[in-house]
Design a protein around this ligand. Structure first.
Ligand code: F6R
Length: 369
């Protein structure tokens, strides 16, 4: 059942190109436009939406954080993202023109379910992004966009996360398409890039041996930090979460711009710091900022592990370890940048003798509060 792999997690990491492709299948038409009639929310209703709120927990929350960048960029609709467990206990401002997006692999997470019930009571429409057919969250939502990752058995989420990202991009682009924003041309280009991204994920998987080697060499460390900016920030949080749950190490993700506001005090000789570098071709100011962040931490002794796209030469002098990923548009980069972090955490857990598929104290679906 593990298909020749030692762990379900390894199998599920390897299945990601297919999971991504399957989630796009049938949703892009011959003209390169999105077809999401399955949403059952009319174009007229979508044009009415004046606020989007994304709710989720854990890894799904990180997908939601990335969704915010995509939604606000392509639709110009204000978007908030909140942990379901926080959202449900405040008094959030919701009305019938608010679209709430609930992201959940299992479709059974109690906090996410309670958050969506609360939203519907206020008259908001709820769209579920879910991997499990017929589970509670999609059954109680107004609409659902299924991710087609297939069953995810390992407790740590991998392929479900990548497909959640794809689903979030699809929703953002579809809203942009339905509402006709000024990004119309860009939307077509991105849909094309998205339709080819599963091959890029596959290319990343083919080059993971040095990442595994690096992970093994760090097995005796106590702490690993992760830095990112823009969509690289949630990727850093996801890398840290994977390492906590699998390797039981102290791992923290930071927005690189916050370094000077505290976290840089943590940097000491030989502390491993993973940095997710945005494309130098996109918004180059983001890229330049992070290159100077890498210089700053390295000058204080950090061992820098840099994830940067092929052809980015500016990072080379400051990278103790360089992990290359294919060039992608900035907003789509999390689909390729997350994969090395999953492999890194899985290999470190193995090197430390941990149970990869069943980390201590964790359950696959959290149906208690
Ligand atoms: C981390 C992980 C968890 C889940 C979270 C939400 O690897 O798997 O953080 O992402 O418990 O679960 P779902 O998506 O089923 O609502």
């Amino acid at each position: 059942e593990k298909g020749g792999y030692d762990y379900f997690m390894l199998k599920e990491i390897a299945e990601q190109p297919k999971a991504v492709a399957d989630t796009l299948l049938g949703r892009i038409d011959a003209f390169g436009s999105l077809r999401l009639d399955e949403l059952r929310i009319s174009a007229a209703e979508l044009r009415e939406v004046d606020k989007i709120v994304v709710v989720a927990c854990g890894t799904a929350f990180h997908a939601g954080m990335i969704a915010k960048y995509a939604i606000e960029h392509w639709t110009r609709i204000p978007c908030e993202v909140e942990l379901a467990s926080e959202f449900r206990y405040r008094d959030p401002i919701l009305d019938p023109r608010t679209l709430v997006i609930a992201i959940s692999q299992s479709g059974e997470t109690m906090d996410t379910l309670m958050a969506l019930r609360h939203a519907r009571e206020q008259g908001s429409k709820v769209l579920a992004i879910c991997n499990t057919n017929g589970s509670t969250i999609p059954r109680e939502s107004d609409a659902v966009l299924y991710t087609h990752a297939g069953p995810e058995v390992a407790v740590a989420s991998t392929k479900a996360f990548l497909t959640q990202l794809v689903a979030c991009y699809l929703v953002a682009l579809y809203l942009g398409q339905a509402r006709g924003t000024k990004w119309g041309d860009e939307i077509h280009v991105v849909i094309r890039d998205l339709s080819q991204i599963s091959r890029e994920v596959e290319r990343v998987l083919e080059t993971m041996e040095p990442v595994r080697e690096l992970a093994r060499s760090l097995a005796a460390k106590n702490t690993v930090l992760f830095l990112g900016r823009h969509v690289g920030y949630p990727v850093a949080l996801e890398g840290a979460l994977k390492l906590k749950e699998l390797a039981y190490m102290h791992a923290e993700g930071f927005a690189a711009g916050e370094l000077k506001h505290g976290p840089i005090a943590l940097i000491e000789e030989d502390l491993p710091v993973v940095v997710v570098v945005p494309s130098p071709r996109g918004r180059s100011v983001l890229h330049d900022k992070i290159v100077s962040n890498i210089q700053e931490i390295r000058a204080r002794g950090a061992r820098t592990i840099v994830i940067a796209e092929e052809g980015d030469e500016a990072v080379v002098p400051y990278a103790d370890h360089l992990i290359r990923i294919p060039a992608t548009p900035t907003l789509l980069q999390p689909l390729v940048a997350t994969v090395p972090l999953q492999v890194f955490a899985c290999e470190l857990a193995t090197a430390r003798g941990n149970e990869v598929d069943q980390p201590r104290n964790l359950a696959k679906s959290v149906t208690v509060e």
